[in-house]
Design a protein around this ligand. Structure first.
Ligand SMILES: [Zn+2]
Length: 136
């Protein structure tokens, strides 16, 4: 995945900040919070610009915005880059904080959601992943 191409395909102006942030997400296996990114890009990208980049990326579904049961917000790259599937379910391990994509929702479910004009849907399952369960 080339960040420049992804930005162009999604009608973003290609800037070094947008490329850097997107590239960081592409290479990160974990979900990242605003604070995580502030740490990574401190002295390089200011808070507000970072906030705008995250917001625009999640609006265009380059990133999935994940809100857990404690209200923590993190972002993760949308693996399937699925413009026609804006309701990607995720799973978060409460022990190691790992976030993975769950299988896509069934077509009839998505069609129902489309008809209801849903603007926000946070689909996050939380529990203990296999690795953490086995290490207990
Ligand atoms: Zn785990």
């Amino acid at each position: 995945m080339n960040p420049r191409n992804i930005l162009k395909e999604n009608n973003f102006r290609v800037t070094s900040h947008r490329c850097d942030v997107l590239n960081y997400f592409i290479n990160s296996k974990n979900a990242l919070s605003h604070a995580d990114l502030e740490n990574v890009f401190k002295n390089k990208i200011d808070r507000v610009s970072l906030y705008r980049i995250l917001h625009s990326f999640s609006e265009k579904h380059l990133l999935c915005k994940i809100i857990d049961s404690k209200g923590n917000i993190t972002y993760i790259i949308d693996q399937q880059s699925s413009k026609n599937n804006t309701y990607q379910p995720h799973y978060k391990c409460k022990s190691c904080n790992d976030v993975v994509e769950l299988p896509a929702l069934p077509k009839e479910y998505l069609e129902k959601l489309e008809k209801l004009n849903i603007e926000e849907l946070n689909f996050l399952a939380e529990g203990t992943c296999e690795t953490c369960t086995n290490n207990k």
